[in-house]
Design a protein around this ligand. Structure first.
Ligand SMILES: Nc1ncnc2c1ncn2[C@@H]1O[C@H](COP(=O)(O)OP(=O)(O)O)[C@@H](O)[C@H]1O
Ligand SMILES: [Mg+2]
Length: 236
């Protein structure tokens, strides 16, 4: 398997506070990898590092054969790594369609994703295309956020807690899109607090606690108790 993204001994700080301690992770071409962990474990910090919002040592993040740890977000997006940020972050004054079009800025040409294919993926967005993004339900806003990231035709799609705050039936709807996104050729890193959802969607899972990876493996090979300990800490 070709490795697309590799982090080596990745550390990240907010001023004096160290949020990541020596994170080693790989994402292979075509893979979907899930990152699970409790609130504050460092999942979002890891995503922000991968997409260039946080700067790191150049060699601590490699994309294909390039050291990208210190590259800015716009350059990383142009290389093909797109982020669906925690909390969706739509532009409130723009319509659904305009929010989607913004995602195509700096896109790779000739990819599968366009307004048409995003509307095929999430038909409700076509009906709502002239509505302001913020007039939509939470689930529909999440679909816009995913569609916006896809519009850049990414090689890697980073999704940070796309099910947060949504009803189970809506979460199911959104996760139905994942196989179609994979079929378009994108590899994915999916951050989830819902362990069951992560296990269902991912080829491999990493568990984080307090800025470190505490467990990794294929869903079928991980013991429930090991996951519990890696997620919450070993019982006292
Ligand atoms: N902008 C920030 N400034 C200072 N500390 C932060 C900032 N963002 C996150 N943190 C801290 O970094 C740690 C990891 O946070 P985060 O990556 O958001 O975790 P998760 O996404 O797993 O909930 C937490 O202790 C959090 O309080
Ligand atoms: Mg987070």
């Amino acid at each position: 398997m070709t490795v697309l993204i590799e982090t080596r001994d990745l550390t990240a700080r907010y001023g004096d506070f160290q949020a990541l301690f020596g994170v080693d992770l790989t994402l292979g071409e075509g893979e979907t990898v899930a990152i699970i962990g409790a609130n504050g474990a460092g999942k979002t910090t890891l995503m922000r590092s991968l997409c260039g919002v946080l700067k790191n040592a150049p060699d601590s993040i490699r994309f294909e054969d390039r050291a990208i740890g210190d590259r800015p977000a716009d350059e990383i997006m142009a290389m093909g790594i797109a982020m669906v940020p925690e909390g969706r972050k739509l532009f409130p004054s723009l319509s659904v369609e305009e929010n989607l079009q913004i995602g195509a800025y700096g896109r790779q040409t000739g990819g599968y994703w366009s307004l048409e294919t995003v509307y095929e993926l999430f038909p409700v967005l076509k009906e709502r295309r002239r509505n302001p993004g913020t007039a939509l339900s939470g689930g529909q806003q999440q679909m816009v956020a995913i569609g916006r990231a896809l519009m850049s035709n990414p090689r890697v799609l980073l999704c940070d807690e796309i099910s947060l705050g949504l009803a189970p039936v809506i979460i199911k709807d959104i996760y139905k899109a994942v196989p179609k996104i994979r079929a378009s050729g994108a590899s994915m890193i999916v951050v989830e607090q819902d362990i069951g959802q992560a296990m269902a969607v991912a080829d491999r899972v990493y568990c984080m606690m307090e800025g470190r990876i505490t467990l990794s493996g294929r869903p079928g090979e991980l013991e429930r108790e090991a996951i519990h300990n890696a997620y919450f800490g070993a019982a006292a």
